[in-house]
Design a binder for this molecule. Structure first.
Ligand code: ZN
Length: 338
């Protein structure tokens, strides 16, 4: 995922303001940049939610954080590395006995051919249709020779999906099937200062979306829920303006039912992330992302993206909201048009 241009402008204004305040340099503001939205939620309106019934979903945040620790212990996990293979094996080992499908292919990237490996675990439901929950697990390729381990960016959400699998395992859902996707090659192969991000990234999830479109699976996907960078102890999930508004309203309703809505949608910004190939194919999609990771997002894509910045509570909140969102979707009849 890359830094949205609007945000760059916004942060610049913020930085300039700070400089101006602190030193009275008289630096002019960028008139074109827009301030962050403070709109809390609800842009699609008129959604009718099913009654709030049954126990709220439970996520073991401590166990999820332990998985994240184990993933980062392997070190950087860029494409085609030995560590990458270790993480693939780690994920597979936790899915023993589950219905797992591999989507393995060779990506033609800007710097040559690379093996890519998406892992899909399928948990059945009684209702016809699928809810997909996804996270990428690779780390940024240009940072491969640094100590960058992507604790929040990739590990936290891959760990969370493993914990969601624990919650789904051994039961038949009274609702849609849930497919968990650990997708690969989300990160760019070259710095996005050199190559346009969207022409050099999202390789794994794009392949999966194309494959599911070709074999008819995509028609059954009722919603695509992406999680990215949500392990941050200071949790503020952004409203991604590239996502589907009505689905964000369902997410907000789920968060409200859990009493955690204060962590959601204080800010709006467009994200280029793994939700895009599904959005482009007409699947209602949402990117659950907190793109303010440390002051001015300073920990993002740096060796400072480490486990000590994460909190089990954040994993618990987002994992719970994802499962509660699925539960609300199960009972929304009919789902809004795409
Ligand atoms: Zn990243």
């Amino acid at each position: 995922m890359r830094e949205p241009k609007a945000l760059t402008g916004m942060l610049l204004v913020f930085a300039l303001l700070l400089v101006a305040c602190g030193r009275d340099t008289g630096v002019a503001q960028d008139q074109k940049a827009q301030p962050a939205s403070t709109q809390p939620a609800a842009t699609s309106a008129k959604l009718t939610f099913p009654p709030d019934s049954g126990p709220l979903p439970a996520i073991d945040g401590k166990r999820a954080l332990q998985y994240a620790k184990e993933i980062v212990k392997f070190g950087p996990r860029p494409l085609a590395s030995a560590n990458h293979k270790k993480v693939e094996d780690y994920i597979d080992a936790h899915l023993k006995g589950d219905q797992v499908e591999d989507d393995v292919f060779t990506a033609e990237t800007n710097i040559g051919k690379f093996p890519v490996h998406n892992i899909v675990a399928k948990f059945p439901g009684t209702k016809d249709g699928i809810i997909v929950m996804a996270s990428h697990y690779d780390t940024n390729y240009p940072l491969r020779n640094t100590s960058y381990i992507g604790a929040n960016d990739g590990a936290s959400t891959s760990a969370l999906l493993l914990e969601i699998a624990n919650q789904l395992r051994g039961k038949t859902r009274d609702g849609y099937s849930i497919w968990l996707v650990w997708d690969d090659a989300e990160e760019a192969m070259k710095p996005d200062t050199e190559v346009e991000f969207l022409s050099d990234s999202l390789y794994g999830i794009t392949h999966l979306a194309q494959k599911w479109q070709a074999d008819g699976t995509l028609k059954k996907v009722k919603a695509f829920l992406l999680a990215d960078m949500i392990g941050d102890a200071d949790l503020n999930v952004d409203r991604d303006t590239n996502s589907t508004p009505w689905l964000q309203d369902v997410v907000y309703e789920a968060a409200t039912r859990m009493g955690e809505q204060s962590h959601f949608y204080a800010r709006s910004l467009p994200m280029d992330d793994d939700q895009l190939p599904f959005v482009q194919r007409g699947v209602p999609s949402v990117d659950l992302i907190d793109f303010l990771y440390g002051y001015n997002n300073v920990f993002w894509h740096t060796p400072q993206d480490t486990i000590d910045k994460l909190s089990p509570k954040s994993l618990e909140i987002v994992g719970g909201v994802m499962l509660e969102t699925a539960r609300i979707l199960d009972k929304m009849e009919p789902l809004p048009p795409k």
